[in-house]
Each structure stands twice: as structure tokens, then as C-alpha cells.
Design a protein around this ligand. Structure first.
Ligand code: ADP
Length: 313
């Protein structure tokens, strides 16, 4: 139809697990740039479209209109039957690039507060619309020309409108995966994304992944060592989860003092918020909505205006 003729495909921008991404521009106005995400044909889905692509399209449509969610302009299929998602072009890379570029990119507490505000509002919007993102990590937080951070990559998202439905526990990149998923929980909530948000927060502060486990077993060990061992006392019911196993030397849950040592750069209010995103029991973990009401946002320093945020060099 018409949609595919609206855009001209240019150079390849990058390659993801299930798609190639190209730069594109409007046929009518070449200054209007877009990113065209062309879904790879996967052998297992010969006669249908890959489920990740369907998810990404469905949830981006549903979540349309929020400043911190990547815009889906249109969708078309190319002659080779491939599905193409026309996305907002985000030229300034992602949060992971900024975090890692320690030699060139300097940032402080006010910048972290601005980025965390944008991330938290994006996640609140997803949850308010009954969508779980299920893959929040710095690499999926893309940066717009005006400094706005946009949550992208909805290929693992799903709806959680029905609490009775069992969901797969095999989601979220390991370092950002919450303990309930590591223990094989099949009923879970927005709390899974909040845990990931907490780990992005920690990573922004220390400029390194906070819990970089090399395997699921090691991931659980790191959580126990750094945050505390999940037990019936701090998380009623946890021992009933199918894959519950923890190292035998039980570590008590970290107090604020422990976090202050490593994350004190965001002040005691910031550390308080961080600690609440990393509560082991998902029912007691802070929600995205409650995060937005936290006193840290109002405390000094104020979040940096988006146009003044550090950019990649
Ligand atoms: P992954 O998350 O596995 O990197 P994606 O398919 O989302 O996979 O993206 C692949 C690459 O394409 C990204 O790393 C990035 O360099 C680029 N890219 C993706 N989306 C955009 C966009 N909207 N604007 C600019 N570049 C993009």
C-alpha cells in the first residue's frame, strides 16, 4: 500500500536479534528522518510473522503519545513479505553508551535524576496501560536529539490485564532480572520492571553493572550477597517458588547504610528510593506510581533540563 512509499530506506544503522535497523527519510521531505526496523524472517515462523514483531507493534500502538516511549510512525510489509516498523529516529545512542564512556562523558546527580525521571514516567505509563516491558536495561533506553530518553524495544512486552494467566519466567536480560523470575515465578507484576529500573539507577551511579552475574545461579548469589538472602521472613511464600535455591550462608537484607557507601552520590533521598526498588518481595517493592511520588524528585539538586543533559561525543 501507500505506507512503504512514504519512506526511502537508507544506510543500515544496526542489527538486533530479530531485526535490522535502517535510517530512512520521508519521500516528500528528506529532512524528516525515521528508523526503519525490518524484521528478519525467522525459520520457525515461515508462514507467520515473528511474535516479537507483533508484540512490538501492538504495544507501541497502545502506548502511543507518551514523551518517553519511542514513537511508531507506521508499519508496512516489503515485497519480501518482511514486516517493517517505521520508528522515531533517535540519533544520540542509548544510555549504556553514556554510562560506559567514562573518559568523555561526565555527569552528576542532577543528570541521573533527569534520566531516572524519564525512565520512571515511561514505566509508569506502561503499567498504567497494563503493559509489562520485561526488558528494561540501559541499552533499550534511546536518546532523542532534544535529550529526551525513550523506552524502546517492546519485543518482549506483554499485557498483564489478567492476573490468572501464567507467564514465562524466561524474560529480562539476566543482570536486570528480579529474584521472583530467577526463582521461576509464573505469576508476576509490574514489580519485575521496577527491579530492572532499580538496577539501571544503580548502574547510572556506579557506571558499571551492579549485579553482572555470569549465569542464573551466580545472579541469585550476587543478589543474596549484595541485597540480602530471600527467606520466608523477608518474603513470605518465597520458598514455595519452583526454582527457589539460595546459598546456605544467609545474608541479612541490606540496610540503607550499606547502600549509602556505594550509592551516596544521589543523596540519602536517592538511596532511599533505590533501596525501595530493590526490595526482594515483589509485593512490598515500590510501584512505578509510588516512585513518582517520592521526595527525591523534589529535593536538591533539581533534575537537569533535558536540553542541558550530557550527550555522547
Ligand atoms: P538491539 O536492542 O538488539 O540492539 P534493535 O533491533 O532494537 O536491537 O536495534 C539495533 C540497533 O539499531 C541499535 O543498537 C541501534 O544502534 C539502532 N537503532 C535501533 N532503533 C533505533 C532508532 N529508533 N533510531 C536510531 N537507531 C536505532
Amino acid at each position: 500500500e501507500d505506507e512503504k512509499n512514504k519512506y526511502i530506506k537508507g544506510k543500515k544503522l544496526g542489527e538486533g536479534t530479530y531485526a535490522n535497523v535502517y535510517l530512512g527519510h520521508s519521500r516528500l521531505d528528506s529532512s524528516i528522518k525515521v528508523a526503519i526496523k525490518k524484521i528478519k524472517v525467522q525459520k520457525e515462523y515461515q508462514d507467520g510473522i515473528a511474535p516479537d514483531a507483533i508484540r512490538e507493534m501492538k504495544y507501541l500502538q497502545k502506548l502511543r503519545g507518551h514523551a518517553n516511549i519511542i514513537i511508531l510512525h507506521s508499519v508496512f510489509s516489503s515485497k519480501d513479505q518482511n514486516l517493517n516498523l517505521v520508528l522515531e529516529y533517535l540519533p544520540l545512542g542509548d544510555l549504556e553508551m553514556l554510562i560506559r564512556d567514562v573518559d568523555h562523558v561526565r555527569y552528576g546527580a542532577a543528570d541521573i535524576k533527569a534520566w531516572m525521571g524519564m525512565l520512571t514516567r515511561a514505566v509508569w505509563w506502561c503499567h498504567d496501560n497494563y503493559v509489562l516491558h520485561r526488558d528494561i536495561k540501559p541499552n533499550n533506553l534511546l536518546i532523542a536529539a532534544d535529550g529526551e530518553v525513550k523506552l524502546a524495544d517492546f519485543g518482549l512486552a506483554r499485557s498483564f490485564a489478567d492476573p490468572g494467566v501464567r507467564m514465562t519466567a524466561n524474560v529480562i536480560t539476566r543482570w536486570y532480572r528480579p529474584p521472583e523470575l530467577l526463582f521461576g515465578a509464573r505469576h508476576y507484576s509490574g514489580a519485575v520492571d521496577v527491579w530492572s529500573v532499580g538496577l539501571v539507577f544503580a548502574e547510572l551511579i556506579i557506571r558499571a553493572p551492579y549485579l553482572p552475574g555470569n549465569s542464573e545461579v551466580e545472579q541469585i548469589a550476587l543478589i543474596c550477597r549484595e541485597i540480602g538472602t530471600p527467606t520466608e521472613e523477608n518474603w513470605p511464600g518465597v520458598t514455595q517458588l519452583k526454582e527457589y535455591t539460595v546459598p546456605s550462608d544467609v545474608v541479612p537484607v541490606a540496610g540503607k547504610e550499606k547502600y549509602m557507601g556505594r550509592f551516596g552520590a544521589v543523596g540519602s533521598d536517592g538511596v532511599d528510593l533505590l533501596a525501595k526498588t530493590l526490595i526482594l518481595d515483589p509485593r512490598r517493592r515500590i510501584t512505578a506510581r509510588e516512585m513518582l511520588e517520592h521526595r527525591w524528585w523534589k529535593a536538591d539538586p533539581k533534575p537537569t533540563p533535558k536540553h542541558d543533559l550530557p550527550k555522547k561525543t
